[in-house]
Design a protein around this ligand. Structure first.
Ligand SMILES: Nc1ncnc2c1ncn2[C@@H]1O[C@H](COP(=O)(O)OP(=O)(O)OP(=O)(O)O)[C@@H](O)[C@H]1O
Ligand SMILES: [Mg+2]
Length: 160
């Protein structure tokens, strides 16, 4: 969401992010990871919101917010990131996006009941990686920017 008021003294951070978005949207798309850290209230989340608004014209922007109260909720951030993106597709296309990973990864996103024994956590992560890659290639006309809003460090992944 774009800030109603301009951000003061954030020109270097905004310039770095603008460069990263340009690199992502250029002829030879290159992804970057930007991490913004600072004390509580310094303006990390406001900065990410500004950057995401700046990228939204040219990119697909996904964002999620973590927090101390939800650390016990499995896959909380990844659910927030992926559910709105998956909602754009009819159920049979969502099923196809998961491919062979459906039974392992779909329960992590609340899209299917768990079946069989609890899967290996690394397997679930691999399945989610696969789904993100497939989604990114479906959305390749608009490169992907991920924003994540935990408490101390805010991370922006420019590219996938
Ligand atoms: N550069 C800035 N110029 C003007 N106002 C700002 C700036 N950065 C942040 N603010 C304002 O300061 C307040 C706190 O900012 P924000 O919530 O982004 O901090 P934060 O670092 O994410 O805090 P927390 O660590 O608690 O998550 C907000 O009202 C925001 O609009
Ligand atoms: Mg914050």
């Amino acid at each position: 969401m774009k800030q109603a008021r301009p951000l003061y003294e954030r020109e270097p951070e905004l310039a770095a992010a603008a460069q990263a978005v340009d690199a992502l949207c250029g002829a030879q798309a290159a992804g970057r990871l930007l991490v913004f850290s600072g004390e509580a209230g310094i303006g990390k989340t406001a900065l990410l919101a500004e950057i995401q608004a700046m990228a939204a014209d040219r990119c697909t922007v996904w964002s999620a917010r973590g927090g101390e109260t939800v650390t016990s909720v499995p896959f909380h951030v990844v659910r927030q990131l992926l559910q709105p993106a998956l909602d754009q597709f009819p159920p049979d296309e969502v099923r196809a996006l998961f491919g062979a990973w459906y039974e392992i990864a779909a329960p992590a996103l609340g899209l299917a009941e768990p079946s069989g024994p609890q899967p290996d956590p690394q397997g679930v992560r691999d399945g989610l990686d696969w789904v993100v890659s497939r989604l990114a290639s479906r959305l390749s006309h608009r490169p992907l920017v991920l924003g994540r809003f935990p408490l101390i460090v805010d991370t922006l992944i420019i590219g996938s």
